[in-house]
Design a protein. Structure first.
Ligand SMILES: Cc1cc2nc3c(=O)[nH]c(=O)nc-3n(C[C@H](O)[C@H](O)[C@H](O)COP(=O)(O)OP(=O)(O)OC[C@H]3O[C@@H](n4cnc5c(N)ncnc54)[C@H](O)[C@@H]3O)c2cc1C
Length: 448
């Protein structure tokens, strides 16, 4: 779906008063994901605008998927039956100042939520590289930002409401539901239709980012812990060539009394003299402000600005999580493949994420490092290369990102999730007939 069709789609779903098919607009256009590498298996897309309509839709359909903001690169969101979109349910944002939480309806994106929170004096603990994604979709796949003390975005979820396969509304909270809650947050879209998500808040804060260029790989190897501890959120961008990390992005909270003058050098890397895109040759116009300029958290923690096409556009993405304690070994193992990776790669990003206790989170019970690849859009070539990367990372029990491309066999993937069989049982409790399952979930989760 191109930009024009997508706008047509958005205006169509905002205008419809009842659960309605969005077929007319799609007549000549195929329904695709954001990167347009996946043509979805059906164009039968319906829009709901109220909880009653969602319940009605759930009761009347034996198989469908909820479509969020379509930012996954694999087929986790695909359906060959029906789609339900809640994108028009994006108005409800309710802050509980006393409890320091915010409850959002399912269609709300971080791009809509974050400025509102800031205006009311609040912040989230972290954001992904772009704000355009839905809160419900992002939390369902354990989407993350960076920062060794920051859990992924799903760790901010303190309560959740969804409609199960029977049409019943289920409310779960961290406080009262223990393991059932921890099993449900990263739900992969398999438990039900999420209607509300409640997130932890903190007082709003200002942040700034500095970028350094050309960090020698040797310095990364010798000082990884110090580098990662040097800011609230740290991203290392590399093309794996020339034994160097091309760019180091350091995002810091602005605390009173903190020195604001950056060091001209950072472990041998040089302070950038202008705003940079993670791929240095591209214009930094769509990137968040750098050079130490103070700004609200939501305009510094993501790399890409709201209101611009983020990242590089036509691309594919892959990402693997390994335990933080093996970070350097794992990075060097991937670096062995630099000659094969180079021709297909746009850029790699390396981030750290704190451990959590969410059953299907790749960071469950392990502080993690995530090694991400933005690829040129050549799936046959990328698909041929991924097994080599997966082999290099196998000694570290790597886990792929739920929303990105991987080739790891299902049995291997399943063996890396201690709580997998509990999750399968939990999903069966809420959805005994597999209403919310698709081929991706059947192959990777329910085939265990
Ligand atoms: C340019 C770009 C940058 C990215 N940057 C990052 C990053 O920095 N960090 C990172 O971790 N990831 C990143 N991602 C991946 C992205 O955050 C995830 O794939 C995320 O899941 C996208 O959310 P979505 O709403 O678009 O999901 P969709 O693809 O629409 O859906 C994902 C899953 O969530 C389910 N779902 C969505 N809404 C609901 C609901 N209301 N109820 C039940 N199930 C639901 C779907 O059924 C599906 O299973 C990036 C992706 C892109 C395209």
């Amino acid at each position: 779906m191109d930009q024009r069709s997508f706008l047509k789609f958005i205006s169509a779903i905002t205008a419809t008063p009842v659960v309605s098919p969005l077929l007319a607009w799609a007549a000549g256009d195929k329904l695709k994901n954001w990167a347009e590498n996946i043509e979805y298996g059906t164009e039968k897309l319906y829009s709901a605008t109220s909880n009653r309509q969602i319940q009605e839709f759930v009761r009347n359909h034996s198989k469908f998927k909820v479509l969020g903001t379509r930012h996954c690169f694999n087929k986790i969101a695909d359906s060959s039956d029906y789609f339900l979109s809640l994108r028009s349910m994006d108005e409800s944002i309710s802050i509980d100042s006393q409890a320091r939480t915010v409850t959002v309806a399912s269609g709300v994106t971080y791009g809509k939520l974050a400025p509102y929170l800031h205006e009311k004096g609040f912040a989230l603990h972290n954001l992904a590289s772009l704000p355009h994604i839905s809160v419900a979709g992002a939390c369902s796949t354990a989407t993350h930002g960076s920062g060794e003390k920051n859990g992924n975005l799903s760790t901010a979820v303190c309560a959740l409401e969804f409609v199960s396969a029977s049409g019943e509304t289920i409310s779960l909270s961290r406080q009262k539901d223990g393991e059932t809650f921890f099993g449900s947050v990263v739900g992969l879209g398999a438990l039900g239709v999420i209607t509300k998500v409640t997130l932890d808040l903190q007082p709003t804060f200002l942040a700034r980012q500095y970028v350094y260029e050309n960090l020698p790989l040797r310095q990364m190897q010798d000082h990884f812990d110090a580098i990662e501890a040097s800011a609230y959120s740290v991203s290392l961008f590399t093309d794996w060539q020339k034994q160097r990390i091309n760019e180091v992005w350091l995002k810091s909270r602005i605390e009173p009394g903190q020195p604001s003058k950056p060091q001209p050098e950072f472990f041998g890397a040089k302070l950038a003299t202008k705003n940079l895109h993670p791929i240095a040759e591209l214009s930094a116009e769509n990137c968040t402000e750098q050079m130490g300029a103070p700004g609200p958290w939501f305009e510094r923690l993501p790399h890409f600005k709201m209101g611009f096409t983020p990242s590089a556009g036509k691309e594919l993405q892959t990402e693997y999580f390994v335990p933080r304690k093996h970070a350097v070994e794992a990075i060097l193992a991937v670096e062995h493949l630099r000659d094969q990776i180079g021709p297909l790669l746009m850029i790699t990003e390396i981030r750290t994420i704190a451990a959590d206790n969410l059953w299907m989170s790749p960071c469950r019970h392990q502080p993690s490092v995530a090694i991400h690849f933005t690829w040129k859009q050549d799936w046959p070539a990328v698909k041929a290369l991924l097994p080599s990367i997966e082999r290099e990372l196998a000694p570290f029990n790597s886990r792929p990102h739920w929303g990105k491309l991987f080739t790891m066999p299902a049995a291997q993937l399943q063996s890396r999730y201690e709580k997998l069989s509990d999750f399968v049982q939990l999903a069966k409790n809420f959805d005994p007939q597999g209403k919310f399952r698709n081929d991706f979930l059947n192959a990777n989760i329910f085939s265990s």
